[in-house]
Design a protein around this ligand. Structure first.
Ligand SMILES: NC(=O)c1ccc[n+]([C@@H]2O[C@H](COP(=O)([O-])OP(=O)(O)OC[C@H]3O[C@@H](n4cnc5c(N)ncnc54)[C@H](OP(=O)(O)O)[C@@H]3O)[C@@H](O)[C@H]2O)c1
Length: 250
């Protein structure tokens, strides 16, 4: 896949909340009103990335619904993810999930906003993992740029949703292989995240930690434009490295 960089070449200050803002681990388990593992996870998009993320949560006992426009094709994924996983249509997943992971080709995001935006706006958290690429078309790329980047564009087309961008900029063939990275191999891989809603950011941080990664809050949805492949903060880094790299982006 050819990823198109949407972060600006100019080095503008955006790390105003970065240094030291890895969110504290001590967010109470009851903050969501239930234990973390009982939170129902739904993925819109159950391909390479959505399937991997949903499986990590299913392995921890979360009820997970993977969705597809052809849910009958998800049998192998469901079998591999285990007994808490099931398949559904996109509409069923939106109805099912407490937390929705949006993991689709970016060209599908505006239509998903039209079809499910009002339901998504009722959720405590929508994690936008999707990245625009050249294959999504120049018109969409231009719209995203004109809106101020991928975070603000998502806020526009998913009006009212509590969006956190996360997991966008890791380069790995297998999330499972780098989850819970041991200290001897560098410790937990850092995941840059960005969002506007503090409670959604807290919840995204807890879920990110739960599956074995270390969230690093980069900023708000305006700053989320840096959370794309090809950005200097993309790739595999520890949380400390992410903060250092981000601090050089002025
Ligand atoms: N692969 C990675 O390592 C990686 C890492 C970070 C971020 N991402 C981003 O995650 C997104 C998905 O990447 P991927 O590699 O997982 O792609 P993929 O393997 O091709 O999977 C795409 C998924 O999106 C679903 N989908 C496509 N159009 C849809 C629509 N209109 N409505 C609902 N679902 C739709 C597909 O479901 P059906 O066709 O079955 O309906 C499929 O499950 C991309 O934006 C990518 O940039 C990928």
């Amino acid at each position: 896949m050819t990823n198109v960089s949407l972060f600006p070449a100019s080095r503008r200050t955006f790390i105003d909340v970065l240094g030291g803002l890895v969110l504290a681990a001590a967010i109470p388990a009851g903050a969501f009103g239930q234990s973390l593992s009982s939170i129902k996870i739904a993925t819109i998009g159950s391909g390479h990335e959505g399937g991997s993320l949903g499986t990590l949560f299913a392995k921890l006992g979360h009820p997970v619904m993977f969705s597809s426009r052809h849910p009958e094709e998800l049998k192998d994924l469901i079998a591999a993810a285990g007994p808490t996983a099931r398949a559904g249509t996109v509409a069923e997943a939106v109805a099912f999930g407490d937390v929705i992971f949006l993991v689709v080709p970016y060209s599908a995001v505006p239509q998903i906003g039209q079809d499910f935006g009002s339901a998504l706006a009722t959720k405590p958290l929508v994690v936008d993992v999707s990245n625009p690429t050249a294959r999504d078309g120049q018109d969409l790329m231009n719209q995203i740029t004109a809106t101020g980047g991928v975070g603000l564009f998502a806020a526009k087309v998913l009006k009212g949703a509590r969006i956190v961008r996360a997991f966008n900029a890791l380069h790995t063939p297998s999330l499972a292989a780098i989850a819970n990275r041991p200290a001897g191999q560098g410790g937990p891989v850092g995941v840059p995240i960005a969002g506007n809603d503090p409670k959604a950011i807290d919840l995204a941080s807890r879920l990110t930690r739960e599956i074995g990664f270390e969230p690093v809050l980069v900023g708000d949805l305006a700053k989320a434009k840096y959370l794309v492949p090809g950005s200097p903060i993309s790739g595999l880094h520890t949380a400390a490295e992410l903060r250092q790299i981000a601090a050089t982006l002025t």
